[in-house]
Design a protein around this ligand. Structure first.
Ligand code: NI
Length: 172
């Protein structure tokens, strides 16, 4: 396994729509394993392939709390097949927008169909933090960031700040 580098805003690749995988083959499994290691190392609770600059519909998640058994989820080609009308607000963050957090409202429960690490079709019912996290990661596959759910004023302020920071880094 390998730790991959995570791209950050304003990298334009984060706006790409990722492509489905044809099969969960050895190369997709390797990507999943590397992504999981990268996510644990960061540390984070979810990571989409585009965040390591691979435009494939692949995610890894683990929302277990510290001290709990790990609950790694390897997901390809996810589809939300049902979402509750009831909404929930969580303060979200993102490994591609380090040290910034904001409240996002999303369906509180979802059912997701996906291919697992063995390429088998699975369906899971998610609620609580897992529901928020899987929706946040699926958004990444469609080029959507959690700041896109905030007001335009907040989003513009964040983009400006990170664009300036990236420019200063590149000039240093
Ligand atoms: Ni994210």
């Amino acid at each position: 396994m390998a730790i991959l580098s995570i791209i950050e805003i304003p990298d334009p690749r984060l706006k790409l729509v990722s492509e489905p995988v044809a099969h969960v083959d050895a190369s997709v499994r390797k990507l999943m394993d590397d992504m999981m290691e990268t996510m644990y190392d960061a540390p984070g609770i979810g990571l989409a392939a585009i965040q390591v600059a691979v435009a494939k519909r692949v995610l890894v998640l683990d929302v277990a709390r510290e001290g709990e058994e790990p609950q790694p989820l390897f997901i390809a080609n996810p589809e939300i097949v049902w979402a509750s009308e009831e909404l929930n607000v969580y303060q979200e963050g993102c490994l591609s927008i380090p040290d910034y957090y904001g409240d996002v409202e999303r369906p509180s429960r979802v059912r997701v169909r996906y291919l697992d690490r063995d390429g088998k079709v699975q369906e899971m019912n998610a609620d609580g933090l897992l529901a928020t996290c899987v929706q946040h990661e699926i958004d990444h596959l469609n080029g959507v960031l959690f700041i896109d759910h905030l007001s335009r004023l907040k989003r513009d302020r964040v983009m400006k700040k990170y664009t300036k920071a990236a420019r200063l880094r590149s000039e240093a």
